[in-house]
Design a protein around this ligand. Structure first.
Ligand code: SAM
Length: 473
């Protein structure tokens, strides 16, 4: 039975409720009166329920769809300004005992090069990432209780936080690893992780069981209830996601929003982020073998509908997508992107030899971080390397409250400008720096509060003189 408060996956992601939602959306996909009312409701910036949002996703009226896109753009601006948070994935190990049919790590894949980074190799990778200018990482690994133990993760996190190299430091480590126990989540929290990310892959239980035929990940309920355990273990920032292409996107969309509603109902705080990966070509994986791929227009509509349904949730897009798709997605709601990413185990410090492929998927956006930063600034976005919220304890419901009443802008905008200035001084090419300096000069004058503006200008002057201090708002 559908129950948003229940801790059982079958209740809060209830199959019948999703089917009824989709039927309701089909019945109303041309109900202009209802669609108009829903767009007006979304404009109040308090979000939409999975049922309401599903009607808008199903809507085929071009004029109404344009209104949805416009609203998504506006909500994105209102909540996140023109800042885009930057991060990079760091693949620790591709050892895996699961049988996921869409993932090259699957146990039966004998030609992928299996690798696991030693602590020394992690130091090399992180130093290379710091030399690019990264401050925020997402750790990634397959599931293997022998190779990829919790002790290994904890040691790796400590290694990463301890590395101080020139002006660089990784100040926020997020982690995307297999579902685990409450005790392990507690250990991850104590180790200082930012967000715990786990993609649901698909909310359709029957498909899930087929797509994950063997290994611990086969247990749909254990996987789907992972965020509940993470929150019980004290992690208050969790990141959801669906791997689009595995099942029908409208089913996934309703499931994703129901998951968000459940976390909000059960813990008082919804997901910190939602990721929107699409299935990609990879070693031993041909995306064409999966029937549910979505085209770029549908993908854009999905992003816009997520944006207006959960305005307070950050949205992430990776280098699975090319420049053009990312550009469109940024306008419609994405607030975090990766840049200069490698999906191989150990690819940052030294390129992989040609006969060794350990990658998780083919990257579509292969530009360097400098190129991505420059591209963003040319579109008037402020690439942000800020991690202050996390260090200031602005996580979970504290963060959400500030975001919901618009106060987060007062911290994020100044912090974004100052961390961008540091990036430009330390890592940018002369061309990128010239564009960035102009942008910062203009944006600094837009800091609304007079006192904050004076402080920002003073800090920017100090950074320019290479006189660093740990400013943060
Ligand atoms: N082992 C962890 C787990 O079980 O969730 C971490 C997963 S993996 C390092 C990160 C994500 O990559 C997966 O959750 C999956 O959604 C995605 N992925 C796997 N195969 C992919 C493919 N062929 N194309 C695009 N994304 C893929």
């Amino acid at each position: 039975m559908y129950d948003v408060y229940s801790k059982h996956a079958d209740d809060f992601i209830n199959h019948e409720e999703i089917l009824e939602t989709l039927a309701y959306a089909d019945e109303n996909n041309n109900n202009l009166e209802l669609i108009d009312a829903l767009i007006k409701k979304a404009a109040l910036r308090k979000g939409l329920s999975h049922r309401e949002a599903s009607v808008l996703l199903a809507c085929q009226d071009e004029e109404q769809n344009q209104r949805i896109y416009k609203l998504a753009e506006q909500i994105k601006k209102d909540f996140y300004g023109n800042r885009i948070v930057m991060f990079a994935p760091l693949y620790l190990s591709n050892y895996c005992i699961n049988g996921c049919t869409y993932c090259p790590y699957h146990m039966k894949n004998k030609h992928i090069a299996r690798k696991k980074l030693s602590q020394e190799e992690i130091r090399n990778e992180v130093t290379a990432l710091q030399d690019m200018g990264h401050k925020r990482l997402a750790l990634e690994a397959g599931e293997d209780p022998v190779h990829n133990t919790m002790d290994y993760y904890l040691e790796s996190i400590k290694t990463i936080y301890d590395i101080k190299h020139k002006n660089g430091a990784i100040r926020r480590v997020n982690i995307n690893i297999a579902a685990t126990t409450v005790d392990n989540y507690r250990l991850l929290k104590e180790a200082g992780i930012g967000t715990y990310i786990l993609f649901q892959e698909t909310y359709h239980k029957e498909s899930y069981l087929k797509l994950h035929p063997t290994g611990p990940k086969h247990d749909y309920n254990y996987h789907t209830e992972a965020m509940d355990r993470a929150m019980e273990g004290g992690i208050d920032d969790v990141g959801l996601g669906v791997l689009f292409g595995l099942d029908k996107y409208r089913y996934e969309f309703a499931g994703l929003l129901m998951h968000a509603e459940h976390l909000e109902a059960a813990f008082g705080v919804g997901p910190h982020t939602i990721s929107v990966p699409r299935l990609k070509q990879a070693d031993d994986i041909d995306p064409n073998q999966f029937d549910n791929g979505i085209d770029d227009d549908t993908f854009a509509k999905l992003i816009a509908c997520i944006r207006i349904s959960v305005p307070y949730t950050g949205m992430i897009i990776s280098t699975r997508e090319n420049q053009e798709t990312r550009e469109r997605a940024l306008r419609l709601g994405i607030s975090q992107i990766s840049g200069g990413s490698k999906t191989s185990v150990g690819g940052y410090y030294m390129p992989e030899p040609e006969d060794e492929n350990s990658e998780q998927f083919d990257v579509s956006d292969t530009r360097t971080l400098d190129e991505v930063v420059k591209w963003l600034m040319e579109m008037d976005y402020i690439p942000s390397f800020c991690t202050a919220c996390y260090r200031e304890g602005r996580t979970g419901d504290r963060f959400m409250t500030l975001l919901k009443n618009g106060q987060i802008q007062n911290c994020c905008h100044p912090n974004a400008l100052m961390t961008l200035k540091e990036y430009l001084m330390d890592y940018a090419s002369p061309e990128t720096k010239a564009i960035g300096d102009k942008l910062i000069a203009r944006e600094a004058l837009n800091v609304p509060n007079e006192k904050a503006r004076a402080a920002v200008l003073e800090n920017l002057r100090l950074i320019e003189q290479n006189n660093r201090r740990d400013f943060r708002f």
